[in-house]
Write a protein that binds this ligand. Structure first.
Ligand code: GLC
Length: 563
């Protein structure tokens, strides 16, 4: 069995600071706003807050382009605000995980300004440069570039620099030991303040083959996989662990696009001394067109595929490593709109069913702010409403290629990252209590009709109240954290059923992913002592029998232990 630690037992609550709570009146969320809401966050039963980047940034990619790693973005407040927030969290027993964005910096970081100024500047080698006299560099794909080209020509020194993301996010050169030392010292700076860990942005991308060959044949055009398999990734992570992480009791979770299940334990195996956990992308690509990152697949995903992904990843960490369970974050649409059903008939049931899922699986659960009240996709109609560089650039690409822009906008209604970035819905007042000023991005109008904290606080059957019950349940049962997982009735396309077993305890979890009344086959399970622990429906048809039926999106958790 897995060794017990606080970060395996903790429940994570992710905050996108720009969209959480504005107190300064600039239409942008801030650190004081988070401080102001700490009692609310604590009341949810979560333990760890992951904050998206709060560092100084020109905001080309909302803070993922950092121009100073040791200061706070002015829009969000000051270092004093940060210290007060951290102190407020410590008082309440909440841990803080920061975002570490070190595959790239901002082009406005002093290192890059120096680097681009001349070929013999001492900072030249902090970034990847390709001198123009060598000809055009071999193709590298970029996530956020209108030409989908990760090389940008810079006239000052007649050379190209590398940017896997936007032109304002040049990739740092980890091959230079000075760069690595700068990063380790910066990490120490935050750890000394008392920060409890890092979520590491696109961490598998940090190591590059600096000879920049043509994309090797075996990747068949898949740049993301290639980026994730740089030659020195593990060497760098082990060095980072030895020099910094091992000195503190902290948690690390890598964002790991391109990392496959076969390589999973290389990153998180306990004796590897690299990271604690990572986010894989298998589920996040389930509803996307094969071979694309941001295009929805017109064929709907199947529940058997969803189950297969989670069962496979559970097995990968059965005796070593540890998983991270998430259904949404700031890069993907809202969980209830994507994996559940946000139609009014099914919204409540499916939002609570998905909460039940994350809170009864093995692996640390990560909730994205607003999922505790069932926030939904905003589905903007016009390109002008979007703020995200990703959607805006891809719109330009589609336009340049003469593609169908209506179809593009339809796709973004389900795929865009901005679906997850609309402001937190606190109450029914103007701007939903998020800000006194027009917010930086439009609110979802459904804050007026029940999807807000204040309305749900006073309704004991709300999604919010259910969330608190579900977090409390996980806390009360170690078996839901550490217990072994077994899939039941695997071929069922309507119901996800599994058991969790721990010492002499056994739990049975039943989750309907269907709009219809559906049945599950529970033969072989010991159902004599069934005790219902949690249910999202007010009418539970007890007791369970070999063939049991569930209402649309119903969720139930039973204790079926023999004694
Ligand atoms: C990660 C972040 C995303 C960001 C990108 C570049 O994928 O989660 O928001 O745009 O890296 O830093």
């Amino acid at each position: 069995m897995s060794t017990k630690t606080w970060w395996k037992e903790g429940i994570v609550y992710q905050i996108y600071p720009r969209s959480f709570q504005d107190t300064s009146g600039n239409g942008v969320g801030d650190l004081k706003g988070i401080l102001h809401r700490l009692d609310y966050i604590k009341s949810l039963g979560v333990d760890i807050i992951w904050l998206n980047p709060v560092y100084e940034s020109p905001n080309d990619d909302n803070g993922y382009d950092i121009s100073d790693y040791r200061s706070i973005m002015k829009e969000f407040g000051s270092m004093e605000d940060f210290d007060a927030l951290l102190a407020g969290m410590k008082t309440r027993g909440l841990k803080l995980v920061m975002d570490l964005v070190v595959n790239h910096s901002s082009d406005e970081h002093p290192w890059f300004k120096a680097s681009r100024s001349s070929r013999d500047n001492p900072y030249r080698d902090y970034y990847h440069w390709w001198p123009a006299e060598k000809g055009t560099p071999p193709k590298r794909w970029s996530y956020f570039d209108v030409d989908e080209n990760a090389w940008k020509y810079d006239a000052t020194t007649d050379a190209y620099y590398l940017h896997y993301f936007s032109v304002k996010q040049p990739d740092l050169k980890w091959e230079n030991p000075k760069v690595r030392q700068e990063i380790y010292q910066m990490m120490e700076f935050w750890f000394k303040k008392g920060v409890d860990g890092f979520r590491m942005d696109v961490i598998p991308f940090i190591s590059k083959d600096t000879s920049f060959p043509e994309l090797p044949e075996k990747y068949q055009g898949d740049f993301v996989s290639y980026y994730a398999e740089g030659p020195k990734l593990h060497e760098y992570l082990q060095e980072m662990n030895k020099e910094v992480l091992s000195k503190y009791d902290v948690m690390t979770v890598g964002e790991a696009p391109g990392v496959t299940i076969e390589n999973a334990l290389d990153l998180v195996g306990e004796d590897r001394k690299e990271l604690n956990m990572f986010f894989h992308f298998d589920l996040m690509s389930l509803d996307r067109k094969p071979g694309t990152v941001f295009e929805m697949n017109p064929d709907k995903w199947k529940l058997t595929q969803f189950k297969e992904i989670h069962s496979r990843w559970d097995r990968a960490f059965e005796s070593d490593g540890w998983g991270s369970m998430f259904l949404s974050n700031h890069d993907f649409p809202r969980s209830v709109s994507r994996w559940g059903n946000d139609h009014p008939d099914f919204w409540h049931a499916s939002a609570t069913m998905l909460q039940t899922f994350l809170l009864t699986m093995r692996g640390t659960p990560y909730f994205y702010f607003g999922d505790e009240i069932g926030m939904t996709n905003v589905r903007f109609n016009q390109i002008e409403q979007y703020q995200d560089i990703n959607t805006i650039n891809r719109y330009e690409i589609a336009k340049n290629k003469g593609q169908d822009l209506e179809a593009f906008l339809e796709n973004e209604k389900e795929a865009s990252r901005d679906n997850a970035r609309t402001p937190m819905q606190w109450d029914t007042s103007e701007n939903s209590g998020f800000s006194k000023k027009t917010p930086w991005i439009s609110l979802h109008p459904n804050y007026k009709t029940g999807i807000n904290v204040a309305s749900q606080e006073v309704d004991e059957h709300s999604v919010l109240h259910y969330f608190r019950k579900a977090t409390a349940l996980r806390k009360a049962h170690q078996g839901l954290i550490y217990g072994g997982y077994k899939l039941i009735d695997p071929k069922n396309e309507d119901i996800y059923a599994y058991t969790r077993s721990f010492e002499d305890k056994q739990y049975l979890i039943l989750l309907s992913f269907s709009e219809n009344l559906s049945t599950v086959n529970l033969s072989g399970l010991h159902l004599t002592n069934q005790k219902l622990l949690l249910a999202n429906s007010r009418e539970v048809a007890d007791p369970l029998t070999e063939i049991s039926s569930l209402h649309p999106y119903e969720a139930r958790v039973y204790d079926i232990s023999k004694k």
